[in-house]
Design a protein. Structure first.
Length: 337
């Protein structure tokens, strides 16, 4: 029966970012089968046929979704808007939400949360993106786990191998137009630094590391509890609630350029709020629109403010955000920075 599921997966799965174009969004044809309840070969095949755990950019559907039926007494779960991708991010811990926001701020072109490490042999996670050869195969996690001496695990009450997931798989665009991938796991330091395997969390982390090595992708392990709290608050508040096309239009308007120039020259001495009110009055423009573009400029660092500090528009801005961005990006990407 395992072979049957594998064959169905290969037949129906849509691995590539076929004809990707900004603003072109995929729509589901029918509701997906529920995640709750006992897994079955039929349900697994239906999820695969529905495209879950597959695709790039706006076509990606996370393998594990957050639905109305989900509840966790141990962590915060929910959704983050991703207007530039025309979809929602599904996070199953506040650490994942913070990591998603940080990855996008640092320039990731795509953020695929709850990315499946398929138990069977499958196409490379980068297939369909410029920079990745077609037809490259990756061993399934069952074989990788067996080689590591770690129990892979089955869905409860079945003989179906469990589909484990990476916390986040990010895609980054190079200057030559090709892409590279960075896999990110966000785990508490006490779990990551445990000396031996044996706990479920430590074993899953080791399997994720080995899977990423198998894919020849860099694995980044970070600890959300060490993120500067103000940075996560600021990024959540500043992330533009507009799609990629709207952002491109906004940053070339004369209003945006005026905001960037005026506040870039004066907001580190004079608080931003009176400057923004002055621009709105001079332009006979609604203040909310001026503030929206101001937040976009802070997110893009066209106006420099150290986002690890409190952002209070009644106080002058503090320079240093560009330095923080460069250092974090260099630490994450290393040789690809």
């Amino acid at each position: 029966m395992f072979i049957l599921v594998q064959n169905r997966q290969e037949k129906h799965i849509m691995w590539t970012a076929t004809d990707f174009a900004e603003g072109e969004f995929a729509r589901g044809r029918r509701p997906p089968p529920p995640q709750t309840g006992k897994m079955s070969h039929r349900k697994l095949s239906a999820l695969i046929r529905g495209g879950y755990g597959q695709g790039h950019f706006q076509r990606y559907k996370p393998w594990l979704r957050v639905t109305k039926r989900d509840y966790s007494p141990f962590s915060i779960i929910g959704h983050l808007p991703a207007p530039e991708l025309g979809r929602l991010h599904h996070f199953r811990a506040i650490a994942e939400a913070r990591t998603i926001q940080l990855a996008k701020w640092l320039g990731a072109s795509d953020v695929r949360e709850q990315y499946p490490m398929w138990p069977w042999e499958h196409a490379h996670p980068g297939e369909g993106l410029p920079g990745f050869d077609k037809g490259v195969r990756v061993r399934g996690l069952v074989d990788i786990a067996r080689e590591a001496g770690i129990s892979h695990g089955l869905y409860v009450g079945t003989n179906i191998p469990y589909v484990g997931t990476l916390d986040i798989l990010t895609s980054w665009k190079k200057e030559n137009g090709e892409f590279f991938l960075l896999a990110i796991d966000n785990k508490p330091e006490e779990i990551a630094t445990a000396p031996i395997l044996g706990s479920r969390a430590k074993d899953r982390l080791e399997l994720a590391r080995r899977y990423v090595v198998e894919c020849r992708v860099r694995h980044l392990l970070i600890h959300a509890e060490k993120f500067p709290p103000e940075l996560t608050y600021n990024l959540d508040a500043l992330e533009p609630r507009m799609n990629a096309a709207a952002r491109k239009i906004a940053i070339v308007t004369s209003l945006y350029k005026e905001i960037v120039q005026d506040l870039g020259e004066h907001a580190h001495v004079t608080p931003p709020l009176p400057l923004l009110r002055r621009i709105a009055s001079r332009r006979s423009t609604d203040l909310s629109r001026v503030q929206e573009l101001y937040r976009l400029a802070l997110w893009r660092l066209d106006i420099d403010h150290d986002l690890t500090l409190v952002l209070d528009n009644s106080e002058p801005l503090q320079k240093g955000g560009v330095v923080v961005w460069r250092e974090l990006r260099k630490a994450w990407l290393k040789e690809n920075a």
